[in-house]
Design a protein. Structure first.
Lengths: 175, 619
């Protein structure tokens, strides 16, 4: 759902669409030891965004604005941070977030071919989400499990020593 | 100590340690250590642990066998790994690739041959007091407790002389004595730069008293490096203790650990450790009755490699975009919240306690004159024994790759070792006998970096490797400076051309020129070192570049534009390749020689992989 505040803009209403998540985020933000020094309060921004993304799944404008108001900083500062760090996203991700590790160890052991196979089978490119919001495909820079290279992560689950032939099996596990 | 009363003074700490040690020595005759680091858990060590625990119960062996979860043992090549330690004989046997079905026999203590599991080389560990013998074992200072103790038990840590260095520093040494000790030890930053740690502390200590900060840089972003993760997961208290010591040395009461969000287990263990240390009064106010206060807070990264650079890291902690700024002023003068700050990497800090405990002379007796101590490497890639390696500085690459790592996997030929991650370079076989330290690696056009060491074999194309690292830099450049943002993009385009066989000799010259410009004109370490993989491969593997450019050939058979597949007369017409070809470009009737339509072929190599008759050639 979207609402408009003027003719030119359109704003999502996710923050109101998910009252429980909103409540949890509000409790978290109110519990932060904020100080009377506004610049120091911005130091809580990144951890707040981690919390918000865990609750809402992604960080659209309504959620960004909510965090900004609570921390007493500008929406632009929040957006600046979200757009800088690859962990944060302002668009929804799929139920199954498939991340192929493309760190060096995985690269030399053939991560590229595995990524290609996912692209071929899912019909989406790296960094994209399927239209039905089931799958998101991404590259990941080293999870530090180099001994299992190449590694694929589906949400929290780690697959090690992956080969291109295993890709259909991994997709089958996504139920 | 049965109740959680704060430890009041060093004497109380000492008696707690004695108690813990006695408890550890008098425990069940057999101690089974189970390696539960991230890679162990991913290799399903959890289910092995479960079966071990339930077997001990069902066989009623609680009095005879104690099971403890530890951090990574470093034997990543054969996870799940367990160590069976006999407290009476003080002998250990390491078992690798353990499966849940092996657990009953292990608990029954049957002869090890009956388990059907791999028995790993013994002597993997040497106590820190002993001199290291590289061929069989490693010197462990940083990893002394990793894989040995339960990282979630402060008692275990105290039982191995934990927190005695902090006690010694804050109750019997002046801050400047602590700094002098670290300077005398000659410890250099293990994050890559190699700057003398004590000197850094001195700068911050010399600033007027007031609010100061200690930051632990746990943003281990180099792909292929996992040393810091292992330390944080396996011995978190060592890092906390060292941070408190450095806080005392520079006059800071607050520490911040900046850790990447990709390390959930390390975060969990740190939180647990901080909680315990506060509970026992080893962090917080008036530590050990000395009047010294020190608190530690954890801050999380959010996926930005550049945040490993100290000024960018400080911005990130302040809740800003992690963009680096010009130095000076250095963080030691003006850092977090514009206050004097020291930023030390996890591995650097993990050396501190041992140095304070055993003195600078002991530390200087290990390693080389200019680089005392050890270095932890994360050995990965095409090597037989992938794992975590701690060796004295000055050890040769050959000892690491062919000694500890036992050579190249699958009987392929060694081609290169990549060190220093995206900022480093590749070393070839001629460099195998060079003793490794900061200077020697720099002289070879690479760098120490944080300690990732990726081994490559004859199937790796070095142009493609350079391209890979540039792709990384393109993703991770913060975009602030033009040379890094645009220059690396142009470098990448030129490398793509080389890989496609569309480059000429002028391209190679331009690659070199532009690399030099980026190095000289970028602001931060990321940009200044980003062309290193290109320059290093251009110099060390020039032949491969020339092959791509002049002969349109990729000898490693990696660059798909330069290779083609052909079916030879060993083909029996089994049709397997044709059925597996994703673009159906293989033609042929059953029991007849098949052919590949080279126009349609996408060079995925599936035909060659599935063929059982070696009938598909790659040119």
């Amino acid at each position: 759902m979207t609402t408009t505040c003027c003719e030119r803009c359109e704003r999502d209403t996710l923050i109101d669409d998910m009252p429980e998540a909103r409540q949890a985020l509000e409790t978290y933000l109110d519990g932060l030891p904020l100080t009377d020094k506004p610049e120091r309060n911005q130091g809580f921004l990144i951890q707040s965004l981690h919390k918000a993304q865990a609750l809402f799944g992604y960080l659209p404008e309504s959620v960004q604005l909510f965090v900004a108001n609570k921390l007493g900083i500008h929406l632009s500062q929040v957006y600046g941070v979200i757009s800088f760090y690859s962990f944060f996203t302002d668009s929804p991700l799929g139920d199954f977030r498939i991340n192929v590790c493309t760190g060096t160890a995985c690269f030399v052991k053939g991560a590229g071919k595995i990524l290609e196979e996912f692209v071929r089978l899912l019909g989406i490119e790296e960094g994209e989400t399927s239209g039905d919001l089931r799958f998101s495909l991404g590259g990941l820079r080293c999870v530090g499990a180099c001994s299992l290279a190449p590694v694929v992560m589906v949400n929290e689950r780690v697959y090690g020593n992956v080969t291109a032939e295993m890709v259909p099996e991994i997709l089958n596990d996504c139920e | 100590m049965s109740t959680t009363t704060p430890v009041k003074d060093p004497a109380a700490l000492a008696s707690w340690a004695t108690e813990q040690k006695a408890q550890q020595d008098s425990g069940a005759p057999i101690l089974i250590r189970v390696s539960m680091g991230t890679c162990g858990i991913a290799a399903k060590t959890g289910s092995v642990l479960e079966v071990l625990q339930s077997e001990v119960q069902s066989q009623q062996k609680e009095g005879q066998i104690e099971i403890v979860q530890t951090g990574c043992m470093g034997l990543c090549h054969s996870e799940p790994t367990i160590e069976v330690y006999d407290r009476q004989t003080r002998q250990s046997i390491f078992y690798g690739n353990v499966k849940p079905e092996h657990a009953p026999a292990i608990v029954r203590e049957e002869s090890s041959q009956a388990y059907g599991v791999d028995i790993l080389t013994q002597n993997w560990y040497r106590p820190e007091e002993e001199k290291a013998d590289v061929a069989t074992a490693q010197a462990r200072i940083v990893l002394r407790n990793t894989g040995r103790i339960n990282p979630e038990s402060i008692g275990d840590y105290v039982g191995t002389a934990g927190y005695t260095a902090l006690a010694k520093a804050i109750t019997s040494m002046q801050p400047d004595e602590v700094i002098q000790t670290v300077i005398d030890a000659g410890l250099r930053g293990r994050g890559g730069g190699g700057f003398p740690t004590g000197v850094k502390w001195q700068f911050a200590a010399n600033q007027p008293a007031g609010e100061k900060f200690v930051i632990c840089n746990a943003d281990e972003g180099d792909p292929g490096a996992f040393m810091d993760r292992a330390v944080l997961e396996g011995d978190p208290h060592a890092v906390l203790e060292a941070m408190a010591i450095s806080g005392y040395a520079i006059g800071a009461a607050k520490g911040v650990i900046y850790i990447r969000a990709e390390y959930p287990l390390a975060i969990e263990r740190l939180q647990c450790a901080i909680g315990q240390a506060l509970e026992y009064g080893l962090l917080g106010d008036n530590i050990l009755g000395s009047g010294f206060d020190f608190d530690i807070e954890i801050k999380y990264g959010a996926g930005a490699f550049v945040c490993g650079e100290e000024t960018a890291l400080i911005h990130s902690i302040e809740g800003l975009r992690g963009e680096p700024i010009y130095k000076p002023p250095f963080p030691a003068v003006e850092g977090l919240w514009k206050r004097p700050t020291i930023v030390n990497n996890v591995e650097t800090l993990a050396n501190i306690c041992a140095i304070v405990r055993q003195g600078p002379e002991w530390f200087r007796s290990i390693g080389t004159e200019k680089c005392p101590g050890t270095k932890v490497f994360a050995l990965a890639g095409k090597v037989k024994r992938v794992g975590l390696v701690e060796v004295p500085m000055g050890t040769t690459l050959r000892d690491i790759v062919f000694g500890v790592g036992q050579g190249i996997a699958n009987d392929r030929a060694f081609k290169a070792v990549q060190t220093g991650g995206p900022s480093g370079g590749c070393l070839k076989s001629d460099d195998l006998d060079t003793p490794i330290d900061y200077e020697s690696l720099r002289a070879l056009g690479s760098m120490m970096g944080s300690g990732g060491m990726i081994v490559m074999d004859e199937d790796d194309c070095m142009v493609n490797v350079a391209k890979f690292f540039l792709e990384f830099t393109l993703d991770e450049s913060c975009g602030r400076c033009t040379p890094c943002r645009v220059g690396n993009k142009r470098l990448h385009e030129m490398l793509v051309k080389v890989c496609e066989g569309k480059a000429d000799m002028r391209t190679l010259e331009k690659l070199r020129q532009l690399s030099d410009v980026i190095k000289e004109t970028s602001l931060c370490g990321l940009g200044q070192t980003s062309p290193n993989p290109v320059l290093s491969t251009l110099r060390q593997f020039r032949r491969e570049y020339l092959d791509h450019v002049l002969n349109h050939m990729c000898t490693a058979g990696v660059c798909s534009a330069l290779i083609s597949y052909e079916i030879n007369d060993r083909c029996v017409g089994c049709t397997l390749c044709a059925r597996n070809c994703p673009v159906s470009c293989i033609d042929g009737s059953p029991k007849e020689l098949h052919t590949i339509d080279k126009e349609l072929c996408i060079k995925c190599g599936v035909c060659q992989q599935v063929c059982k008759f070696h009938a598909v050639d790659k040119h």
